[in-house]
Every structure is written in structure tokens, then in C-alpha cells.
Design a protein around this ligand. Structure first.
Ligand SMILES: O=C(O)C(=O)C[C@]1(C(=O)O)C=C[C@@H](O)C=C1
Length: 180
């Protein structure tokens, strides 16, 4: 990548957007985090680069991002990233004690089978990203809460991994790098 502009993506640190972007850029460029997809589009309108989810192999298109980019922006490149999820909690929490699960709604969809088999009674609390969920669980330290996120993200936030959620089918999201 010759273009040294900052890249804006969905945060906070440890979101799938972030992990995929780090892999794509190989540590070559500075990454800034937005709280929403709207924030990413806004940053690109202001002259920065954006990194955003376009398509997921299980869920299909991600919020019409591809159409929006085609209409108003320029797609520069794309990369597929495998979505691997785990259940993680503040140290000391047990899987059987969980009553609340925090995550991005797509990640709940991708974990549906596991949740219905292992934690059918858990309340599902939607967050703006899987890393936002991990951040919340780490801050609140409730013994009955867990986040669904990547294992790497659990590590970032000092959470313990209680279970890995198996992927029965390929779960991959394609992310796009785009400019104004
Ligand atoms: O929640 C995150 O960590 C994200 O990066 C968002 C997002 C999405 O937009 O689909 C990315 C990949 C996963 O499929 C789940 C959620």
C-alpha cells in the first residue's frame, strides 16, 4: 500500500473489522476506530480511507455497504477473513452460570445453534461490535455475563475463554478498503 492515509474502521480495538484490517495492512498504516458504520463513511467523506464489511458467507450482504460504496465511493481492494467466535467472561465465571450474553447481532446469528443448545435461557444484549461487547463485560465484571467475540479480542480485554463456538459451515466475512 503506497497510500499512507489513515484507515478508519469499526472499533473499538479487537473488532473483526480491526483484526481483519491489521492482517490486510500488515502494520503498515495507522488505524482509527469509529463507533458506527456511519462514522466510517463520514471519515471517508472527509478524505480518509475506510475498511468495512461487505459480505458474510452465512448472513449475506452487510447492510448494503457494497451498493453504497459502488454509488458514492471507490472500492480499492477486498479481503476475506474467517470469523471464529468464543464465549468469554471475567475470570472466575462458569459457563453454566451465564444469564447474559453481549455481542454484535450478526455474531448472535452466527452462534445461534450453540446458544440454543448450551445457553437457551440467556438474555442476548446487542452491542455495536463484538469488541464493544468484550469491553463492556471486562468493565462490568459481572459473574453472570459473557461476550461473544474472537479469542484474540478476549485476550485484549483480559477475559477468560469459556468455550469456542464451532463453525459447522464456512463463516467468512469479506472486507473492503475504500476511498472517496
Ligand atoms: O462486531 C464486530 O466485531 C464486527 O467487526 C462487525 C461484524 C459485522 O459487521 O458483520 C463483522 C464480522 C462478524 O461477522 C460480526 C460482526
Amino acid at each position: 500500500m503506497r497510500n499512507k492515509k489513515k484507515v478508519y474502521t469499526l472499533g473499538p480495538k479487537g473488532s473483526f473489522h480491526h483484526l481483519a484490517c491489521v492482517e490486510y495492512l500488515g502494520g503498515q498504516q495507522e488505524i482509527e476506530f469509529c463507533e458506527s458504520f456511519a462514522g466510517v463513511f463520514e471519515a471517508v467523506r472527509a478524505g480518509h480511507l475506510g475498511w468495512i464489511a461487505l459480505y458474510n458467507s452465512l448472513a449475506g450482504i452487510v447492510e448494503n455497504h457494497e451498493a453504497e460504496i459502488e454509488k458514492n465511493f471507490t472500492l480499492l481492494d477486498e479481503m476475506d477473513y474467517e470469523v471464529k467466535l468464543c464465549i468469554c467472561s471475567a475470570p472466575g465465571t462458569k459457563l453454566k452460570d451465564l444469564t447474559k450474553l453481549y455481542s454484535h447481532e450478526k455474531a448472535f446469528g452466527e452462534s445461534k445453534r450453540f446458544i440454543s443448545e448450551k445457553l437457551p435461557k440467556a438474555e442476548l444484549i446487542k452491542c455495536s461490535s463484538t469488541s464493544h461487547a468484550a469491553q463492556k463485560v471486562a468493565q462490568e465484571k459481572e459473574q453472570n455475563s459473557a461476550a461473544i467475540c474472537h479469542a484474540e479480542t478476549a485476550k485484549f480485554y483480559g477475559l477468560d475463554i469459556l468455550a469456542n463456538i464451532p463453525n459447522k459451515r464456512k463463516n467468512e466475512t469479506s472486507f473492503g478498503l475504500f476511498a472517496g
